[in-house]
Design a protein around this ligand. Structure first.
Ligand code: ADP
Length: 665
């Protein structure tokens, strides 16, 4: 783009300089005006602005620096270049300080004349760039200011929304509570009328009462859903987690839905694997989700349908699914069904219309557990709803107990101590008196500890029995923990137990960890407690590995010993039986495929021998070899491990089984 030529006002009194300079500047494409003294130049400045000013340092009337000062005052962004005489460089510094863009030193050989146009161009460029930068800066500031304003507006709107949402939730929950009570009364009295307690009711009236009752039930369901939703949204739903046994839960849910399914001619089938680990979950909430999915499946199935409830164990989670042969869901609706108040289809049976909240609530409940929920469907054929719950290991259940207790203690700004009590030289006692007697001894002991703790103080949160140790969680400081441990020790040691009809004194060891004294964080409390438990635990656990393959025996022995288990090995069933006569073990890892006596045969011998009948066994088989029924293992079928297995799986199983058989070994 072509620029108009730059205009320059030259302050110069020396005629020779005027001519030469003007010529040099004009050659370089600049337009030049000349002022012979300061006053004249400044006067011209009043009427017109120039792109640049070339000011001679020595003017006849006003000193050059003064001219510079006035130019800057009149036009603050003026480009002024000072022209000084030879040997006057020091004044150039002063000029720059006052705001000159540059300076040029006159040379006696006129060399400066070639420089001048360049200096002027460069100075003008610099000014342009500076102006552009300032412009950008201003725009940026403006943007930032606008953004900040928008942000503030959004924050205000957000806060307002939150406040409104809170108000809405409060209102919903208040109204719902208020509605519940009169509704219960209405239902009660409708029942009295329908049951003809208050006098005879004719057939028409009976029918109307039936309709009234159905609608009361519906209203009650809506209120419950609204209350649940309000609670969830206000973050007031707390999970009451515990170890949930899934088969029992599924059975309970199916049973409670059976009458409704029967009345519609819909069959419910449940498919569960033989072995399922427990999950750490809020059983009531999981049941609520399942009941909701089942009742939807029934609601949206016509005629003689089939509902299949399936539970599957996956690597890190348990997956539940409820599949129906009902009306299905249109692909467009599918992504929206878990949103609040979304209803796309009328229920198949009149009078069963829902609230459109069931799935939204289910989704929140599943997510609170750390799981996922989704659905698939083919319209006209049926739908499948699926959700997952994360799997937890037994240690995590234990951790969860401690965590919950700790949170409670923190909330009260109090202490939490874990106290671990265990029997001294327990192994010796067991070897001396046999399994049954020592088990009884432990039971007595546990009872005693529980009683002692209960009588002692109301501040004990949880007691957890693990192996031949008792872990007590109490909201007490270190001194309190010591007092509890002392009390238990005194009472137990002062008491005489009887073994084989003979008196026996028992000694205990106790140790404790206190938050926030010794353990300053939750993690620290957990890890110290656990390491103490494991020290006590593992050193005492003896495992027998039976496998005809020497390499596998050696590998398992090393892997288990590394984790401080004591390991015995046997190459065959008969060899193992010989060893077991002399020594008791807490767990047997049994390979099925063995010559001489196979695993199943050995298992029977083991179970038929009173001394070993109680020892838990983990059976290691290749996939597809399982013969649970033959072994009578239906009830204890978790003791399985399929080859090939990962070492982690094996160790987890070992820990799990040992925990299920804490004192019997
Ligand atoms: P509602 O109280 O209406 O049943 P839900 O939140 O439980 O509310 O379900 C939302 C919507 O999803 C239902 O209105 C229905 O359109 C659809 N839906 C839920 N379950 C099924 C199912 N098993 N088969 C077909 N549609 C279903």
């Amino acid at each position: 783009m072509a620029h108009p030529p730059l205009s320059v006002l030259l302050f110069e009194d020396d005629e020779g300089q005027v001519i030469l300079t003007t010529e040099a500047l004009e050659k370089a494409g600049l337009r030049v005006a000349v002022a012979r003294n300061g006053r004249e130049g400044l006067d011209r400045l009043l009427n017109a602005a120039f792109d640049a000013y070339l000011v001679d340092y020595k003017l006849p009337d006003v000193p050059g620096l003064e001219v510079l000062r006035r130019i800057i005052t009149m036009r603050p962004d003026a480009v002024v270049v000072m022209v000084t005489g030879h040997g006057d460089e020091s004044s150039a510094v002063e000029a720059m300080k006052l705001g000159a863009y540059d300076y040029v030193v006159k040379s006696p050989y006129m060399g400066h004349l070639t420089m001048l146009p360049m200096v002027v161009h460069e100075a003008c460029d610099r000014r342009r760039l500076r102006q552009e930068r300032e412009q950008l800066q201003t725009e940026l500031w403006e943007h930032a200011r606008l953004l900040e304003e928008r942000n503030a507006e959004l924050r205000r709107a957000n806060e307002e929304l939150k406040r409104l949402d809170q108000m809405k939730s409060d209102l919903v929950s208040m109204v719902s509570h208020e509605l519940r009570t009169p509704l219960a009364t209405i239902k009660e009295f409708t029942g009295i009328l329908a049951d003809q307690i208050a006098g005879p009711v004719n057939a028409d009236q009976q029918e109307y009462l039936h309709i009234v009752r159905a609608n009361i039930d519906r209203l009650a369901r809506i209120i419950d859903d609204l209350l649940d939703m309000a609670k969830i949204e206000a973050g007031r739903i707390m999970l009451n987690r515990g170890l949930v046994q899934i088969p029992a839960l599924v059975e309970h849910v199916v049973q409670s839905m059976q009458p409704l399914a029967d009345s519609r001619g819909v069959a419910i089938r449940s498919e569960l694997p033989a072995a399922l680990p427990g999950v750490l979950a809020d059983g009531d909430k999981v049941a609520q989700v399942l009941i909701n999915l089942l009742s939807n499946a029934i609601k949206y199935t016509q005629g003689a349908g089939q509902i299949t409830m399936r539970v599957e164990e996956q690597t890190n989670e348990i997956q539940f699914s409820v599949a129906d042969t009902g009306v299905g869901i249109a692909p467009d609706d599918l992504p929206k069904i878990f949103e609040k108040f979304q209803q796309f289809r009328r229920a198949v049976e009149p009078g069963t219309k829902g609230t459109g909240l069931g799935l939204a609530i289910s989704k929140r409940l599943v997510e609170l557990h750390g799981g996922r929920i989704w659905a698939t469907s083919s319209p006209g054929k049926g739908s499948t709803f699926l959700f997952t719950l994360p799997k937890y290991h037994a240690e995590e259940v234990f951790r969860e107990y401690i965590r919950t207790a700790l949170q409670e203690a923190k909330r009260k700004q109090g202490y939490l101590s874990t106290i671990i009590v265990s029997v001294l030289r327990f192994q010796e006692l067991k070897a001396l008196y046999g399994l049954e007697e020592t088990s009884r001894l432990l039971k007595d002991l546990e009872m005693l500890v529980r009683e002692t703790v209960r009588r002692g103080a109301g501040d004990v949160v949880v007691r957890w029995q693990r192996g031949d140790m008792v872990v007590i969680l109490a909201e007490v400081d270190k001194a309190g923990a010591n007092a509890i441990a002392d009390r238990i020790r005194r009472i137990v040691e002062g008491r005489t137990f009887t073994v084989h009809g003979k008196p026996l004194a028992v000694s205990l060891t106790a140790s404790s960890v206190t938050y926030p004294d010794e353990a300053t964080t939750e993690e620290e409390l957990l890890s110290i407690t656990e390491s103490r438990l494991q020290q006590a635990d593992r050193a005492r656990t003896r495992i027998m590995v039976i496998d005809d393959e020497p390499k596998i025996r050696q590998f398992l022995k090393e892997a288990l010993e590394l984790r401080e288990y004591e390991v015995l090995t046997a190459a065959s069933g008969p060899e193992a039986i010989e060893q077991l006569k002399a020594q008791r073990v807490h767990l047997i890892l049994l390979d099925v495929m063995m010559p001489v006596m196979d695993g199943y045969e050995f298992y029977h011998v083991l179970k038929e021998t009173p001394q070993t009948a109680d020892v838990p066994v983990i059976i290691v088989t290749a996939r597809g070899e399982r013969k649970d029924r033959q072994l009578g293992l239906e009830t204890a079928s978790y003791n399985y491990l399929s080859k090939p297995f990962q070492l982690e799986d094996l160790l987890a199983k070992v820990r799990e089984v040992l925990q299920h058989h804490p004192v019997k070994a």
